[in-house]
Design a protein around this ligand. Structure first.
Ligand code: FMN
Length: 185
């Protein structure tokens, strides 16, 4: 049974809304157990528990929020070197398009890589013009259908990789399920 953690910080609810969509997407893969944790309520046990995690933060000055950074700097510091090999991805909400969401995702990914996690991107498109190549992104609340779909796709892909990597379920490899993918053109 693949275990997915959706860990997020959200000051005003927008990244929290993304987290719920990411969790919905992860839940689309049968046999996946999904745990959603706000960062202040999260503990290192949540990270140890999971096989894969999606980490979300509001974009703050172009990077992850200090509260999310603090979780990895302080709560997780003593666990460094003990949680390697989990599948991981990122998502972020900013105040507007071009506000630095992808840079914030990269800053989250940098932290995740430092912990030895297997960070991935998504080639699929959500609708015609929306991707989550570097993580799911939103401008404020995820309202647009394509943005909501991108959040779900990220969570779904995370659960697929967890199924493949942690549980050896080759049937869940995205390339084995072309009917479930949407590529441009
Ligand atoms: C300290 C601070 C820094 C911010 N920096 C940025 C930024 O660099 N770019 C941007 O577009 N929005 C920025 N914002 C706006 C938030 O990213 C945006 O409102 C986001 O949707 C908040 O998500 P949340 O509701 O999950 O907290 C900032 C907000 C705060 C409080």
């Amino acid at each position: 049974m693949g275990k997915v953690l959706v860990l997020y910080h959200s000051a005003s609810g927008n990244t929290a809304a993304m987290a719920r969509l990411v969790a919905d997407g992860a839940g689309q893969i049968p046999g996946t157990e999904v745990r959603v944790r706000e960062v202040e309520a999260a503990t290192p046990d949540d990270v140890h528990w999971c096989d894969g995690l999606a980490v979300g933060s509001p974009t703050n000055m172009g990077v992850l929020s200090w509260r999310m950074k603090r979780f990895w700097d302080e709560a997780m510091f003593g666990h460094w070197g003990k949680v390697d090999g989990k599948v991981a991805c990122a998502f972020s909400s900013a105040g507007g398009w071009g506000g630095g969401q992808e840079i914030a995702c990269q800053s989250l990914q940098m932290v995740l890589m430092n912990f030895g996690f297997l960070v991935f991107g998504v080639t699929d498109y959500a609708g015609k013009i929306t991707t989550c190549h570097y993580g799911a992104i939103a401008a404020r609340e995820p309202r647009e259908p394509e943005v909501r779909d991108a959040c779900r796709r990220l969570g779904r892909r995370l659960a697929e990789w967890v199924a493949v990597v942690a549980d050896g379920r080759r049937d869940q490899h995205p390339l084995a399920k072309p009917e479930s993918r949407t590529l441009p053109g």
